[in-house]
Design a protein around this ligand. Sequence first.
Ligand code: HEC
Ligand code: HEC
Length: 370
Amino acid sequence: MRIRFAALFSPLLTLAAGCGEPPFEPDLPEGFPAFDVPEDNPLSEAKIALGRRLFYDPVLSGNGEQSCGSCHHQDKAFTDGLAVAEGSTGQAHPRNSQSLTNVAYNATLTWANPTLTELETQALVPLFGDTPIELGADDSVLDAIEADPTYAPLLNEAFPKADALDWDHVTRALSSFTRTLVSGDSRFDRYTYGGDASALTDAEKRGLELFFSERLECHHCHGGFNFSESTTHADTPFGAAVFHNTGLYNVDGEGGYPPDNLGLYEITGDPADIGRFRPPTLRNVAVTAPYMHDGSMQTLDEVLRHYERGGRLIEDGPLAGDGALSPLKSGLVPGFTLTDAERADVIAFLESLTDESFLTDPALSDPFAD
Ligand code: HEC
Ligand code: HEC
């Protein structure tokens, strides 16, 4: 097997990748800061166009069965509706497919990995990961892309000085496309940033107040313009790598989580990190069920009742335990009481974070579906 990572370290190609093309300035929503783009992979229209096609092309999987888009569907804010993802050979992933909403702003990538901070590097995981196999790509994929005549003009425009396609080109193009998955046109945005006082209903406005109240504490972890404290952008020199245990499990009375999903602990080995995951953005959350890192909650009502209780109670079975009593649970999940009307208001507010134009934007859609 040929190794085609060479360009990753080649200063010549690094220079070539950005030259000669007009820099692409993304059109960001009101209230959004500029996101960081790696110096060696400036955005260009050509790379975004190439990345979009590659994202949706099943050629990326070794067996032609899957593309990135198989697990990241636009109409579900780039999630897949499954509890846990399923790879191209049928292997189950331990985790739920994440929304790619505003992924360019995430301080760290995936559910619980402080070391994964660049989209270019993250893309290698679904391509080549084998625990589980996701796309199961190998170098024959590069040959197939090069042999496909529809790619020739896209490749020439995106990487005019390259003589052969390598994985560095593929991950740069994919990342350029995923950086454009920017969502900030929900009714909440029109109300908050667009000055349209009628964009939210009274129930949604009451839910907004509750969400940002000290009683519910939601905003401490799901704060800022992206509803996640784990956000980085051009004005923050260091991104916030934050992970919390929200008391979903307590299988052994000591805060234990299911063995295939131990969260941050899997990377750090520190027992205090068991069950700590990154707070996901809540933008478009109404269309990204099921919820949590393992898809173990079906509805927003179930999620809210878990926070009200201050942790989830699992009464029986192998995962039985009371998350509210977990010694590893964050102090920001103490529990609180809501009336039925208040609970409905909070859910109405969460639903107002759906950005219909993002879910249907033709520029982000599957070109193979046309
Ligand atoms: C088999 C389903 C599957 C496929 C195929 C897949 N993903 Fe994912 N994706 C996931 C899952 C599951 C996660 C969460 C992984 C974790 O936490 O370990 C994820 C996470 C991500 C993230 C991190 C999002 C965040 O908020 O941190 C990005 C970016 C991403 N995927 C992009 C891609 C790209 C690009 C491709 C194609 C090269 C791809 N994915 C293919 C299932 C998939
Ligand atoms: C201590 C930090 C913290 C607080 C406080 C908090 N969350 Fe979360 N939230 C998280 C983390 C971490 C996750 C992911 C947990 C996991 O998968 O194990 C999460 C997951 C969620 C999800 C699932 C999203 C998805 O895509 O799967 C929703 C919805 C949610 N929180 C809403 C809320 C609401 C509403 C409140 C206030 C009542 C709240 N959160 C308070 C940290 C927090």
